[in-house]
Design a protein around this ligand. Sequence first.
Ligand code: ASP
Length: 595
Amino acid sequence: MYRTHTCGELRITDKNKLITLAGWVQTIRKFGAITFVDLRDRYGITQLLFGESLNNLLDENPLGREFVLQATGTVSERSNKNPNIPTGEIEIIVSSFKVLNKSVVPPFTIQDDTDGGDDLRMKYRYLDLRRNIVKKNIELRYAVSRAARNYLHHQGFMDIETPFLIKSTPEGARDFVVPSRMNPGQFYALPQSPQTFKQLLMISGYDRYYQVVKCFRDEDLRADRQPEFTQIDCEMSFVEQEDILNTFEGMVKFIFKEVKGIEYTEKLERMSWEDAMRYYGNDKPDIRFGMKLTELKSNYSGEDRNIFKKEIEASGFKVFNDAELVGAISVPGCCDYTRKQTDELTEWVKRPQIGMAGLVFAKYHSDGSLKSSVDKFFDESTLKSLAEKCQAKPGDLILILAGKEERTRKALSELRLEMGERLGFRKPDEFKLLWVVDFPLFEFSEEDNRYVARHHPFTSPKPNEIHLLDDASQYGTIKANAYDMVLNGNEIGGGSIRIFQRDVQEKMFAALGMSKEEAQHKFGFLLGAFEYGAPPHGGIAFGFDRLCAILGGSESIRDFIAFPKNNAGRDVMLDAPSTIDDKQLEELQIRFNLK
Ligand code: ASP
């Protein structure tokens, strides 16, 4: 037997017990004839005391950091207690020990405040995973998955695996492809999600399916994306949108209770996509704080617009002239911003990522007076009415942006989040969930010059709008039975009620610019299946990595994945992707034509 207890287990109540521990040497401290060793395993750290009688043995078998050590001894009360760790009241008076394996000196210190940089820790991820803070994240991940599985199991969901080697049907993201040796010249694709399989399972009658499953998308890796990531993927039959929202609201509440001890009693807020865009400038609003957007131009009379026009010409804000949108936020308590601070904010909105031509601001002082960057052009009463429209309060700083609709909305949203961050309104330990519903079915892609599915091509229009699929001029107005769950400004889950009739699905493919032949070639299996009694169904998938990261109070999903890839999509530990042998290439009958 290697051990009788773990390194996190023993307490003062175990005093005088003869025990054996096994673990890794965290630190060695020698005081004259006495040596202290901190022994670590997954469960904690226990202090070992090697007395004088073991000195010779220690000299013969010198210990080093990360050695694997087995030690037998007696639990005894420490004279110098450490209240910071659960085993801090005891130590083990070692009577015998054995080095089970040696270790070379690790490339970084294996402790919370390590000296290892990101790259080094990723290269030696197996050592990084020994660190307590990384271990905590991996434990949290397991707790989330366990809670989700328990909940779904009790709701009658079945975990059913779906294949990873499938057919390439790129829509949205690019597929990762795998050459087939047995079918030269042909490729499998790795699934971007199990979407069509879970729908087929509904047709097969497995009316409640789930899977904690890997998905693969060959996208350019923007910040904090992984080419392979995990979803909690779910589908149900004989349900309406309401059933799905209730079931998965229940799941997320259960996860919160199990993992964070937070009880959500109230029903989650539901916000239409239109309201999310209007009041928050994006479809995943962070509702931990207010500071909603006010659309000034759309509310303004023609006369007011002329005032803006005057201002623009005079101050060089050319973009105000033909601004599609003029919008504002009122930032609480910031009316005392200095010139330096407002200049800095102006530079902030002018950065290419935000792309605004400038920033207009008005300080609403506590005495009720208003001072703005455009005082020359507005009298006090106009500014007052502006402040009123923005529902500003004395003490607020009103920030105004103008320009093209989409860009300005996005910029206002970013500015709101930035100010929220600066003012400490985005607390990582506060959690605000909501549903965003009533998404548009399509969005127009300038790049492809056609409508593309906003969610995916299997999403159903609102039942009373299905007929609009017959009229191309109406595509832009159709709303979908689609929904996203949003947590602290992040989309953590998204899904829809699906199309389940062949003719509607065919119309949908046609609306997306797919010919009958192409639709048949890519999705013939699904269209065929719809003819054999497809039940009404719908589902959702949660971004498991992201959910874990937010619950763990972190921005980075990488911290919650045991073996993640870096921003260039590389596994630096394995050094993958890599070239393969000529022999392998020959078997696959692949020859390169690298540019
Ligand atoms: N398969 C979808 C996705 O990956 C989610 C769903 O509609 O259930 O986004």
